[in-house]
Design a protein around this ligand. Structure first.
Ligand code: AMP
Length: 215
């Protein structure tokens, strides 16, 4: 089963992708997480990506594709995956289609979580992430037990540089311009499913599982 998660930054794609990955036993592939891991390890890719990410811009397609195409080749991706944050542009979606065509395979579902901008901005202001394990929290509705400390691994929990309000606005503009056209792209392909993100995290997971045929 091959799934693409769509939606603006901050709609909860990452949280849902993690849950679905566990429920269905398929790997969660997040380009954002891969970039952040590279930044932490100060790799060449990380250094290049950081200059774009910190400004709320997309990392250029060429660099992103190099990274993702490698990931698909790994053994755990053999029976499918859930993509979170990729594709983010039409050329990336076309490159993915092309790669799948070569393996005579297809994407099965594109799940689009929809939220109003005001809700996105307020959720992102409250979002916190563990710099060690990548665990996500929210000061308003999913706080850590101890402030600033990850419940899962004890790592430091911070506000991501690109979740700061001035960068969030830029990311939403970039989303509208470069990523939103993917909704139509996957609608045309006949695999698009829209979900209202306002119904709450648990219900969104249930809806997605229902669409994928889990219950
Ligand atoms: P995310 O964690 O998915 O919100 O990604 C964080 C940042 O990483 C984004 O704002 C982009 O700068 C960069 N990024 C992640 N995935 C991609 C992608 N598929 N194409 C280009 N840039 C990306």
């Amino acid at each position: 089963m091959k799934i693409v998660m769509l939606g603006a930054p901050g709609v909860g794609k990452g949280t849902q992708a993690k849950r679905i990955s566990e429920k269905f036993g398929i790997p969660h592939i997040s380009t954002g997480d891969i970039f952040r891991a590279n930044i932490k390890e100060n790799t060449e890719l990380g250094k290049k990506a950081k200059t774009y990410i910190d400004q709320g811009l997309l990392v250029p397609d060429e660099l992103t594709l190099e990274l993702v195409m490698d990931r698909f080749m790994q053994d755990d991706a053999e029976n499918g995956y859930i993509l979170d944050g990729f594709p983010r542009t039409i050329p990336q979606a076309e490159a993915l289609d092309e790669a799948l065509r070569n393996t005579e395979d297809d994407l099965d579902f594109a799940v689009n979580i929809v939220l109003p901008d005001e809700e996105i901005i307020s959720r992102m202001a409250g979002r916190r992430v563990c710099i060690t394990c990548g665990g996500t929290y929210n000061v308003d509705f999913r706080p850590t037990k101890k402030e600033g400390v990850c419940d899962a691994c004890g790592g430091e929990v911070i506000l991501r540089e690109d979740d700061k309000p001035e960068t969030v606005k830029k990311r939403l503009d970039v989303y509208r311009e470069q990523t939103q056209p993917l909704i139509q792209f996957y609608e045309k392909a006949g695999i698009l499913h829209n979900i209202d993100g306002l119904i709450g995290m648990e219900k969104v997971t249930e809806k997605i599982a229902g669409i994928l045929g889990g219950e």
